[in-house]
Design a protein around this ligand. Sequence first.
Ligand code: URA
Length: 224
Amino acid sequence: MKDLINSVKRMVETEQLSGISEMEIRSVKKKKTIKKTSVLQDIEKEIEGCSKCSLSETRKNVVTGAGSSKARLMFVGEAPGRDEDEQGRPFVGRAGQLLTKIIEAIGLKREDVFIANILKCRPPANRNPLPSEIAACTPYLKKQIEILKPQVICALGKFAAQTLLETETPISRLRGEFHEYCGVKLMPTYHPAYLLRNSSGKKDVWEDMKKVAKELGLEIPRRK
Ligand code: URA
């Protein structure tokens, strides 16, 4: 009987101990998230006041990025379009609606991921970003990635993939396999705006997204 009481006592003590350490771990994680959020906000303020290139003269709003500071998956697009410039938020137009579907197809919500662009301001008439604009703006994105430390980056389209990977290899050859950006796995895939014009690319994007989901240990939900 005494042995039994002692062993129950030990069990309770062990549980209490692991309970305390779990609480401590949770509190450290919470503090880290608060710190990350505040450092991200500092950068956003810096970006909002940016006038490093002439796009600052034509923009309505700066589109810094949006999403969770705890995101394990980050999407990087090209540049804000008209809708994004109006609202100051990334991927809110037609391409954005398709991106939302892509995110949900792998069992996540937009709020779970972080979405940003290579350029934070809209190029007039949605023209391609200029090399000088990319050079001026990319340090902001690099800082955001450094803070977020996502497990996977999904680079949407040629400009995002080629800029982060510092290559001129076409997106059609880059996509489909993981590459590495500063220790982070990077999957290049076609831009949702391209898919709106070329629906045949959707099959390839789905293959790429399945690899992303596998890397993140996500179970693909059954299609409704
Ligand atoms: N296309 C992009 O690359 N980014 C956006 O935010 C919207 C459309």
